[in-house]
Design a protein around this ligand. Structure first.
Ligand code: DC
Length: 227
């Protein structure tokens, strides 16, 4: 069957990554979590005390960053590596979540990551999730999905996810973080989060995980048959 690029964009915490993973598994596609790439850069900046306002520091730091993904046979998950070190756990912590949106506002950072994302998707057969995949990274993607869900629902889901990883965070803190990231992600000058004109909207506020996966799989099927 013909392989396509599936671009999945949307707000923080609306279930993009778990949905994308499930779709990739069903279709035997590669899944690329671009948020993890911005998170890995943020972790490097935190560890090395990089001043986000200092262009030269940022440029030098970016030269030292190598991000890769490896499939973990035991967990069945694609894990993120920063300069050869598995950072899958640390990039999900609140210190990274609190700084990742300001880091992803920096055009230099975006240029480096977008270039790598285009390379990773060049062969197609890929599900890529993020904020600018359908608008900037792959504007010609064969299928674009824009996922949304209301803030309360997103916060509760994110809190549960963190709890499953043994991180206990107050709901209020999760809500504040999501709201703050929504504001920065949608209003930044470079590649703001917005729905591509030709994207399908999937609102996950009141549907089950299985339903959202099936909705998208149906769109994939329709799309491939039309081509
Ligand atoms: O998907 P996530 O919540 O792990 O993403 C973390 C942050 O990275 C998000 O707040 C904005 C940024 N991001 C981005 O600017 N562009 C992308 N393609 C993916 C993520």
């Amino acid at each position: 069957m013909k392989k396509i690029v599936i671009a999945i964009d949307g707000n923080s915490g609306c279930g993009k990554s778990s949905t994308s993973k499930a779709i990739a598994r069903q279709l035997q596609y590669i899944y690329i979590d671009t948020g993890a790439m911005y998170r890995a850069v943020t972790l490097f900046f935190i560890k090395n005390n990089i001043d986000l306002k200092n262009d030269l520091d940022v440029e030098e730091a970016l030269k030292q960053i190598d991000i890769s993904f490896e499939y973990n046979m035991e967990t069945g998950k694609n894990e993120t590596f920063l300069n050869g070190e598995n950072v899958e756990h640390s990039i999900r912590q609140m210190d990274v979540s609190n700084l990742v949106s300001p880091v992803s506002e920096i055009s230099r950072v975006r240029r480096k990551l977008v270039e790598q994302q285009r390379r990773l998707g060049a062969e197609k057969g890929v599900v890529m999730d993020g904020r600018d995949i359908g608008t900037v990274v792959f504007p010609d993607a064969e299928l674009k999905i824009f996922m949304t869900a209301n803030l309360e629902v997103r916060a509760e889901r994110r809190q549960k996810e963190l709890l499953e990883k043994n991180t206990n965070v107050e709901l209020k803190e999760v809500i504040d973080n999501l709201e703050n990231r929504d504001t920065i992600d949608t209003s930044r000058a470079d590649s703001p989060l917005k729905k591509a004109d030709d994207a399908y909207v999937v609102d996950t506020s009141n549907i089950t995980f299985e339903e959202q996966v099936n909705q998208i799989l149906k769109l994939v099927k329709d799309n491939i048959e039309v081509e």
